[in-house]
Design a protein around this ligand. Structure first.
Ligand code: ADP
Length: 326
């Protein structure tokens, strides 16, 4: 007997299954330690060959049942573990990348300390680089802690009523010096109406800072960055739309769908960070019930667009301008 769930998991006609030994479904790529007989209670993982030739990873629990006749029988419970294995693969990848990214600056610190021992008179140069590298490590560790907290759903938001334009102006002011160093024009364009959203000011600043500093980083000297704020609709709700547009190097279409994955970097030949920034931005936007999208063209530039729901219903009178938000 095979129940409906098993039949649909392996995608065979029931009449082809009944009467066949269970292990006849073992895929050639199954681990070598798959048991040869099932006379004892056992738990193991294996790969099953499906009717269409594809393979599914399963966890098996088999229990012999008392024999009422000459035949041996087992109850075999099969659980699809494709997703669990994928999570495990992602976790392993995450650890490998995190360890690798932490090892590189540590090696650099050790080299500097060695050189400092040899030539103490170059103290100032070495100290400057040691400071840079330790800041880079601190940034990475903070990002890793952020990702871990976000994944565990432990990020606590201190949400308040914020005016989007005020937040944007603050971030742009802080980033102006970095843009000026590359002769990049950094400006804002906004509707006059102050747009109120219910957001955590620290997280909101973090996500805007990430997008603007990325725009500066991936735009060549003399380029332009515009941060636009406007009203829009998303998911049948009125929202504040924030666009960060640059005239930078752009992102190849093949990378766009992965750009928010942890550790994903689209430009390996370009000096970059850990590839965690956009993942954190994406998670923060989601926590605020919003959406982030990206459009890009190689050599022309990139635009990240965030939609955040406006604070609902109430009519807000803004003292200086006497504007109505809704
Ligand atoms: P990183 O720390 O490497 O900048 P992010 O997560 O912030 O990591 O970004 C992931 C990747 O997305 C970057 O490595 C880069 O390849 C690409 N990217 C992000 N922002 C831009 C941009 N404005 N223009 C072009 N590429 C970008």
């Amino acid at each position: 007997y095979a129940n409906r769930a098993f039949v649909s998991l392996v995608d065979y006609q029931p009449e082809l299954l009944v009467g066949k030994p269970f292990l006849a479904l073992t895929s050639a790529s199954s681990p070598a330690d798959t048991p040869v007989h099932l006379m004892l209670p056992q738990r193991y993982e294996m790969r099953l060959l499906r009717g269409d030739g594809s393979v599914v990873s399963v966890a098996v629990t088999s229990t012999p049942v008392e024999s009422v006749d000459q035949h041996h029988r087992q109850v075999i419970i099969v659980r699809d573990i494709t997703q669990e294995l994928e999570h495990k693969r992602q976790k392993d990848y995450f650890f490998a990348r995190a360890s690798h990214d932490l090892r590189s600056p540590l090696t650099s610190i050790m080299t500097r300390l060695y050189l400092l021992g040899k030539k103490p008179e170059q103290l100032e140069t070495h100290l400057r680089i040691l400071e840079q590298v330790t800041n880079q490590m601190l940034g990475l560790v903070n990002d890793l802690l952020d990702v871990a907290r976000l994944e565990r759903g432990e990020t606590v938001l201190n949400r308040r009523d914020l005016v989007v334009q005020t937040m944007v102006d603050q971030v742009v002011e802080v980033q102006r010096a970095d843009a000026a160093m590359k002769a990049i024009e950094l400006c804002t364009e906004s509707v006059e109406l102050p747009l109120h959203v219910y957001a955590d000011p620290m997280r909101f600043t973090q996500l805007l800072t990430n997008l603007v500093s990325n725009a500066i980083h991936y735009t060549l000297e003399g380029g332009q960055i515009v941060v636009r704020v406007r009203l829009g609709d998303w998911n049948a709700r009125t929202c504040a739309v924030i666009e960060v547009s640059d005239t930078g190097i752009g992102i190849d279409p093949q990378h766009i769908e992965h750009i928010f994955d942890p550790f994903y970097r689209a430009h390996h030949d370009y000096d970059g960070g850990s590839g965690l920034g956009l993942h954190i931005v994406h998670e923060i936007v989601q926590l605020h019930d919003g959406e982030i999208t990206v459009r890009s063209e190689i050599g022309k530039g990139t635009t990240f667009t965030i939609c955040l729901p406006l604070i609902s219903a109430e009519i807000r009178v803004v003292p200086e301008e006497q504007s109505l938000i809704r």
